[in-house]
Design a protein around this ligand. Sequence first.
Ligand code: OAA
Length: 166
Amino acid sequence: MAAIATAEACDSNAALLASGDLRVLQPIFQVYGQCRAFSGPIVTLKVFEDNVLVRELLETRGEGRVLVIDGGGSMRCALVGGNLGQLAQNMGWAGIVVNGCIRDIDEINGCDIGVRALASHPQKSNKRGIGEKHIPIHIAGALIRNGEWLYADSDGILVSKSELSI
Ligand SMILES: O=C([O-])CC(=O)C(=O)O
């Protein structure tokens, strides 16, 4: 997929930024995974210290989409680890953005996907299966809706109401 540079996208889409159709996530994320730049349609998920639904979604075909998880910013456990990173790669997801923590960082850094998360944490999450898929979420100062587009590179992360053209 042709990469769109986030800085260039901001410079050339001032009207979209002003209207809110293009949003810049606050720079709170650490960079993990082999793909420093990635983009795709967004699948949203809201959970709290429970990653059963994360696995459920990553077991479906990614088709170049990006899973964006609102984990409530919890610093008490990891929502994604090496197994789920490998699963995401194998199922064709472009990347995962986590408002929360991840673990098995060395394994995740070997996966051919892009990953952003707040931090690493060695402890696994609960396995109750509680959460909501495909709902609007609010992370890093931005509202994110299922089906919108995400663009991430070394400069930051953008969310766009529709696909951006170069
Ligand atoms: O299963 C989990 O809770 C997450 C994990 O450690 C992995 O994906 O390897």
